[in-house]
Structures are given as C-alpha cells and as structure tokens.
Design a protein around this ligand. Sequence first.
Ligand code: SF4
Length: 698
Amino acid sequence: MDGSGLPVTRSTCPYCGVGCGVLLQPDGQGGLNVRGDPDHPANYGRLCSKGTALGETVGLEQRLFAPRVDGRDTSWDTALQLVADRFSQTIAEHGPDSTAFYVSGQLLTEDYYVANKLMKGFVGSANIDTNSRLCMASSVAGHKRAFGTDTVPGTYEDIDEADLVVLVGSNLAWCHPVLYQRLLAARKKRGTKVVVIDPRRTASCDGADMHLALQPGSDVALFNRLLVALYDGGALDVAYIARTDGFDAALKAAWNDSSKPTGLSEAEIQAFCSLWMSTDKVVTIYSQGVNQSTSGSDKVNAILNCHLATGRIGKPGCGPFSVTGQPNAMGGREVGGLANMLACHLDLENADHRAAVRGFWGAKTVPDKPGLKAVDMFRGVGDGRIKALWIIHTNPAVSMPEADAVRDAIAACPFTVVSDITDQTDTARLADVLLPASAWAEKDGTVTNSDRTISRQRSVLPAPGQARPDWDILAEVGRRMGFAKAFDYGSEVEIFREYAALSGIAGQFGRDFDISALSDLTDTEYANLTPQRWPISATRKGGRFFANGQFFHPNGKARMLPVSWKPPAAKTTPRFPFRLNTGRVRDQWHTMTRTGLSARLSAHLAEPFVDIHPEDARSLDIKPADLVQISSPTGTAILRARITDAVPLGQVFAPMHWTGETAPAARIGAVVAAAFDPVSGQPESKAGVAAVSRFKAA
Ligand code: SF4
C-alpha cells in the first residue's frame, strides 16, 4: 500500500535479461502504474523506456480469451483432451521423437520446468527447444567447454567495480539499457574505460573510449591476437594457468591466427591489447553479436581463454560476462529447457545423471541423446519427421531464420498447438489449437536474470476470459496423457519446491546449480521471496564462482580451447554483395506483441527500416526514406531506407521486430539463412548476405 490506498506489488520486468524489479500498482481501470523497485539489486529503482511503458501494454486489445480449435471457440475440456489425444496418438504411431515443443525465454521457471519434465520425462523425447537457442546457446556451449558447466561467473556488481568494460557484439545501451546506465554511473564515479567491439557504430559507442569496427565474424581472430599480446607482454598469470588445461594448444592456435583478417588497423589492435593488458579489473560483456554466429561457441571460448590466461575471473570487477537477451533465458537453462540439456545443469549424455532425474521424476525413461535444436526442429516439421508440435509464447514464423520456410512448415504440420496471450501473431494464425495463456502481469512464478539472481514475478491483474497459467495448461495435458501423479500440481510453489529439491541432486553430483535450500519454502515464504543469486544450498549461498580456482571438469580444472578464425558461412557474391546484420531497436521487444501496443514506444522508430552506408546508397540511387528491397537466396523484405555511416560500406542492418501483421513484407527473418554453429546450434543472424535495390512496385 502507498498513500493512495491501492496495493503495490513487487514483480519483475518481463522484457530483457537484466531482470529489473518493478513496483506495480493497479490503476483501478484495468491498467497499471509502474515504477522501478528501489530495493531490487538489478536496477535499484532504474527502468528503461520499455520498463516505464509496461503499464501501457496490459490492455485487453488483441487478447485471446477462449481456447480455439480450427478457428472456433471451444471449452478447455475439448481443447485439452484434443491436445492430449493427438500427442498420445502420434507417439503411439510414430514414436516420441515425432513430437516437439518449441518454447520461450518468456516462460516463468515453473512453466519451463513442467514443459521440460513432460517432454523429457514422460513423452520420452528430448525434442524441446526454445527461442533462447537464438539468444545464448553459444555461451552455454562455451561455458560448458571451458568450465565443465554452464556457469555465468559475472555479476552486476562487477560492472560497478571494473576499470575496463569491453562490450563485444553487445549494444548494451539499447538492449540492456539499465545495465548500460550502471556502466555509465561507474564511468562517472571511477573513470571506467569502455571499449565497444561491433561492426556498427551503435548507441553504446556514444559513451565509449574506443570503438573497434571489426569485420563481421572476426571476433576469434581479435581475441587470439589479444592472447598472443598477453603472452608477448608477459601479462599471463602463470599460477592461474596451472589451474587450467590446454593453454599451449590455445596459444598455438592463437599464433596461427596472427595474420587473419579483423578489418582493424594494427594500431587499433595494439591500443586495445595495451589497454586490456594494463588494466587489472576487466569485464568482457558479450551478447548476440558473439552468440549468433556459425563460430559463436569458438568466439566465446576465445574470450574465456584471455580471462583464464590472466586470472581475470572469479574476482570482484573481473570476468567474462554473457548477458542474456530474454527475461528468463537463464531460468530455462536451469530447468534444462534446451534440447541438449537435462534439468538442473545435469547432462543428458551422463547415465548417472539420467538415472537420478528419472528416479526423482518417477519417469520410465529419460532420453540419452539430444533432441532437435531449433533450426533442425523446424526442418523436421518441414520434412514430416515432426507430426505434432506445441509452440509456447514465441513467434517462429517471424523470428526464426528462413522464416518463410518455417511458416510453411508449421502450416503443413499435421497438428500444431500454440499457447499465447494473443491470436494476432503470424504463428498463432497457423495453429490447429490455440490456447489462451495468462500474460506476465497475471502470472505467478520466478525468473532468473543474467547474473543468476532469482526473482519473483507476481500477479496483479486478473486473467481475462478463460486464460490460464502455462504450467497449469501443460500439467493438465500431462495428466490427460496418463501421467496423473507426476503432474499433480496445485500451484506454482509446489513446482518450485520440486525443482529446488531436484537441484540438490545436481549439487550432490558436484554441479554448479543448487538452490536446494529453497526446497522446503512455505507458501508464505515463496510469496514473500526476495531476489537471491544462486547457488543457494545448505553449504553455499550466493558467492562468487571460481574464486578458489575450482572448476567443474572432473579434474577440477578449467579448459582453454584452441580456437581459430572462420569466416561466416555465407559468402558474398556479385549477386548478393552485401553483409546483412540484424538486431533490435531500443523501444521494441521481439515481434512487438506487447511493445507494439504502446504508442510511445512505437514513436521511437515507427517503421521497419534498413541502414545503408551513404556511398552504397549513392551507387544504388537510393535516397533517404526510399523503399528498398533486401533479398537473399531464402527470401525478401521491403524496408524503408535510412542512410547512415553508422554501418560500414558494404554492410546493411535491419531490425528483427516487424511482423507479417504490422508490415507484411518486413520480416527480415525471411532473408536470414539458417546456417548455425555446429557446437551450439545457434543460427548466424549477424552475418548473412543480401542483394539491395530500390523497390519498384510491379
Ligand atoms: Fe525491463 Fe530490461 Fe528495461 Fe530493465 S533494462 S526495465 S529488464 S527492458
């Protein structure tokens, strides 16, 4: 309660991985007043433009109010029985691997846990993947290779305490704005130096000391140059290297990369290496520009190698730091909501881990091999291997690479279920069964942000119509498929307690993720749960990973990987001479399902656009605001031209938000090829190829 007499509820912003705390107060007319939570350790009261506009996005326009089958409203009973029957029938006829769930980093951890348990434990397939595959899968793979587990060592306090922050493939100013505000505050207070490594001159460069406009995809070559410079400059931490394996091979690979192209001058590389070498407290923040690459995992390991070789990890103000795009990408990793992971950071390929999880769940079997990752999953839908598909809170007909092919595959799938808050997405229109889910302000549960802090999301508005929480929908389908005992949940807290208890088993296996101290929370304690950074076990609370030089490989050491520069998969040709980069804008989120409802947010950049260098525009006779056709072998988009030298010559940049609904020909995903990192399965959305021309209407 505040002075107005209306209740104030602490919750979490549902957009990016910063995970800001918000104070929500219903305005009595169906809307919300929103303020930053001054006590939340992610934001201490700050919010960005998207966060402050949250109250403008909770209206009922475009909401889905009732279950629908083949376009007609129906009862929950009819819809859920149909889903359970069709999945059971498909499994019986074609086997478990003929079904798949494609879920989302928007899900709360409790929802995610139930979805993963249903698919891996009871359907008996690992075909559950998530749009987080497009977000941070390369970081997961890089962490596991280097540390033995998917451990994010960084914390937000490290950004406050660093003397040098390197942003690699991260437009923090627009994509994690509150973290960027923290960085600017640190810069003001202690003079923190900032280096931005990005082919584009982004908003993050405004506050930077150095911008390295590297050639797309050349991050491995640059960080290999840094590793060699650290060696040549006598800047290695020999004692720390003794806690790692693989240094000699990593250094040799780095030497071999010395003449590989970065697009940077020798002076720029030397200036960067000198600054890094002469600064003890270095934080390297990386995001989609690193992850969304056919060599994304190698880029991550090239960065980790430099931190491991200098002991710049596990100490305050130091470390590599992968920041997640989505509000609960981290929570999804914790519950194993990726096709190649088991729950609680346990491994699918490990028989002991599988046996422990199977026993805990009371499941007959847990798959021993990874399922289909996002790109392969939709290829499997397209070629008929997947015959029953459930898509939850995501819009792959817009957001996946080769979006036209993905849209056509979903349309042709024998049985597609979509759970969402709206029927107005390109994907929802393709569903055989459409299930109305509760929106963020109507749901209870937890999320985990980029620095491993678990926060509560709390409902403050009633769910409209017949909308229900996702865990409830999934559990009901599980019960109707014959797994009544395993999915006998009555509330979110029951799921949370089970998941926390399972993490204790992971802790017994020596894994990093353990929140078992929360496994006996009472309902009241869960209701009042304050933000907490894991691990949270009887023996460990919060704290810093790797401070003692202990890692999670069997011998307790970290591994340095020999990694070598590789060019992007797609080669420019005379027919497709441009490099295509895609990304986000400041005031939109994903495919605009929510942010598109705010006139204020839409006013920032009202139309889909493409950035083109002035010389390229001149040679193509493209004027500002002309309509431009961007084509690749996989598809075409029509966008408004913005002429700017923020993009280098020969490159174009287009945002990924606009959909078939908001602008029919603006789905840039259709133009992006589905090449992906062979280790992580993450697609290369930052270095495609394209032809560019002035659009001429037929
Ligand atoms: Fe929400 Fe991210 Fe903005 Fe924080 S920085 S208010 S979590 S969108």
